[in-house]
Ligand binder design. Structure first.
Ligand code: UTP
Length: 294
């Protein structure tokens, strides 16, 4: 069956983006004019996802509110004749059916995904990290997830997104050992945050996956790993040793907006993709560069 469900793990503390994340969820920080998580939910819906489970935690209910109807606001906008804004506010509540579950303790990304077991049931599901933005033409989001779902539909095997990074960067990610199988890349193993000399390749796992439900059994057997957390990478490593897991290689930009420099880059790139902002913003950037050169 095709992939109609997605899990978005959003229960972390966002410590790399403090102080902004002290009282505001990292996923709600705006990039241009919408919270990061909206791009990701739009991307999921654009790939055919109908139901989204957000894994949240204490103090993060703003995410659920964002995707809910807001009757008082809608009435106000209607009265003021702000019909474009009204339409947009209503549209957001209908992008997908949103569910939520609380991860009571931030025990790690793997633990957050395991909270999706009842939601996924026996169905395959996508995972999208709400702090990784992949710009493209679908409301600012790319079609990468659609391509991964296509591969899942063809093969019935889990698919993870990977990118070629430099040898120094690999220790910030999960690194895979790839194997060429009939023109596709199969994951032989995966290591979370390896030292550069121990990395099996420079192919780094990024924040999009399509999983068969057997990932949950792998998660059940995954102990505490790097950083004292239950790591999704360790569960993927187990899964890849027991059944086929493919890697989908993507070379376009992926911005981790939970990191300050990537956040700035994402803001610039996504603003330049906007018809209503691109021209004025580009002029401003050129002016700034000219000033910098003189
Ligand atoms: P990150 O490590 O990027 O997010 O995890 P973080 O922990 O919030 O950020 P820092 O490192 O402190 O700055 C990737 C995704 O997994 C979620 C995060 O919310 C983020 O979206 N996550 C992480 C959980 O849902 N639960 C966890 O226990 C850990």
């Amino acid at each position: 069956m095709s992939v109609k469900k997605a899990v978005i793990p959003a229960a972390g503390f966002g410590t790399r983006f403090l102080p902004a994340t002290k009282a505001i969820p990292k996923e709600m920080i705006p990039v241009v004019d919408r919270p990061a998580i909206q791009y990701v939910v739009e991307e999921a819906a654009g790939a055919g996802i109908e139901e989204v489970l957000i894994v949240t935690s204490w103090g993060k209910q703003a995410m659920e509110d964002h995707f809910d109807r807001a009757f008082e606001l809608e009435t106000h906008l209607e009265k003021k004749g702000k019909l474009d804004e009204l339409e947009e506010v209503r549209r957001i509540a209908n992008i997908a059916r949103i569910h939520s579950v609380r991860q009571k303790e931030a025990l790690g990304l793997g633990h957050a995904i395991s909270m999706g077991r009842a939601f996924a049931g026996d169905d395959p599901f996508a995972v999208l990290y709400p702090d990784e933005l992949i710009p493209g033409s679908n409301h600012g989001s790319s079609d990468v997830l659609s391509e991964m779902i296509e591969l899942y539909n063809e093969t019935g095997s889990s698919v993870i997104l990977v990118q070629d990074v430099s040898a120094e960067e690999i220790s910030a990610y999960g690194a895979i050992e790839p194997e060429d199988v009939d023109g596709r890349i199969r994951v032989r193993k995966m290591v979370e945050k390896p030292a550069p000399e121990d990395a099996p390749s420079a192919l780094a796992s990024r924040g999009r996956h399509v999983f068969s439900p057997s990932i949950f059994d792998a998660l059940d057997r995954t102990g505490v790993g790097v950083g004292g957390e239950i790591q999704l990478a360790d569960a993927i490593d187990l899964l890849a040793r027991e059944e086929t897991v493919y890697a989908h290689v993507y070379s376009g930009p992926v911005f981790d907006v939970g990191r300050k420099l990537d956040y700035l880059k994402a803001t610039v790139q996504l603003a330049l993709l906007r018809d209503d902002l691109a021209e004025g913003f580009r002029d401003f950037l050129v002016e700034l560069l000219d000033q910098d050169r003189s």
